[in-house]
Design a protein around this ligand. Structure first.
Ligand code: ATP
Length: 328
């Protein structure tokens, strides 16, 4: 490789935490060390840049973290960074540490902040997509998504045991903000009779028709997976409407919530995080900036941050069709 375009980088985790962020941090720190680039960890995302919370990191600073969920650097949502005055402070702290490149690990909000910061102050930045929601364009999967999906699947499997024992109907809400990736894939993987996601137009009539079909098919218990961003209404409203339509049903609601963010990252997330953390540092060394490192069709690609935050990965409509066919 020619001479590196960066000599001293900062790395931080920002926005919602996701399993695998630590594995990405480890990859950034150790890749930097391998290429003799100084690396500083910044605690609590953009707040740490503003509050001057920088720590020099080396290979031993990230020992034993590849297995850990959460983020040892901690994460934060920083209101102050949304103001120019906050970003000015962040810039001055970067200058005082001699930082000429940054790796930010987070979701679309984190990338919006990174893009503005780069455009205002010119410190090179490469993003690494770390969010369970999988809602970032420019990568097939985001770090944390696979682990969250498996957590949701395991929880729904357990709910199925109790649903079957009591002939109950369960509505299970999974995370994903405005995206239905976790709902669609966990629903398919657990044999849900219906999957309600914001990317498709759902109606109570269609849902009732599904229940009627399930009854005719002799089903005595059912699971409906609902994305948290579902547009039809809250999971409680949907369950209430169903109870009115089917007074005999024994209906329960389960909101899986934050357990989906936690836990040791899956193998797929550790590998993805390792590849993207490495790719981010190499990208900075090659002089890339204002881009996000992602993996598409198993190849490392760099996508302009602007596209990563503005464009969307579409839901696989074929998966929806398959889940319908297999549900009855
Ligand atoms: P997740 O998708 O998991 O919630 P995220 O990165 O989208 O992660 P956000 O809280 O939306 O999480 O963004 C993280 C931080 O990025 C914000 O707290 C804020 O400091 C910064 N940020 C977001 N949007 C902007 C913006 N328009 N300008 C400057 N900074 C921003």
């Amino acid at each position: 490789m020619n001479e590196s375009a960066v000599k001293r980088i900062a790395v931080f985790t920002s926005g919602g935490d996701a399993p695998g962020m630590n594995a990405a941090l480890r990859a950034v720190v150790r890749t930097a060390s391998h290429y003799n680039i100084d690396c500083y960890g910044v605690r609590e995302g953009y707040n740490g840049l503003i509050n001057n919370d920088f720590t020099r990191m080396g290979p031993r600073s990230v020992k034993n973290i590849i297995t850990e969920g959460g983020t040892i650097l901690k994460s934060a949502r920083s209101l102050e960074f949304k103001n120019k005055a906050g970003r000015q402070k962040a810039y001055e702290n970067c200058v005082s540490h001699g930082i000429d490149g940054m790796v930010c690990i987070g979701g679309d909000g984190t990338f919006k902040g990174a893009k503005i910061f780069y455009e205002e102050f010119g410190i090179k930045v490469v993003g690494v997509p770390g969010t369970i929601d999988n809602d970032i364009f420019g990568t097939d999967n985001t770090i944390g998504y696979d682990t969250a999906l498996n957590t949701a699947m395991e929880a729904i499997d357990k709910i199925r045991d109790t649903a079957t024992s009591h002939n109950r109907v369960f509505f299970v809400e999974v995370m994903g903000r405005d995206a239905g990736f976790i709902a669609l894939n966990s629903g398919l993987a657990t044999g849900a009779i219906d999957i309600l996601i914001p990317e498709k137009k759902d109606s109570i009539e269609d849902l009732f028709a599904t229940f009627e079909r399930a009854e005719k098919a002799g089903k005595s218990s059912s699971i409906v997976v609902v994305a948290e961003g579902e547009k039809l209404g809250s999971i409680y409203d949907i369950a209430k409407a169903t109870q009115q339509g089917f007074p005999d049903y024994d209906i329960r609601v389960a909101v899986l919530g934050h357990i989906q963010r936690g836990g040791s990252p899956s193998c797929a997330d550790r590998v993805l995080a390792s590849r993207l953390g490495h790719g981010a540092v190499v990208g900075l060394m090659e002089g890339r900036t204002n881009v996000m490192a992602g993996l598409k069709s198993n190849k490392l690609v760099y996508t302009p941050i602007e596209d990563a935050v503005k464009k969307h990965n579409d839901i696989d409509q074929h998966l929806l069709k398959i889940s319908e066919i297999l549900a009855i």
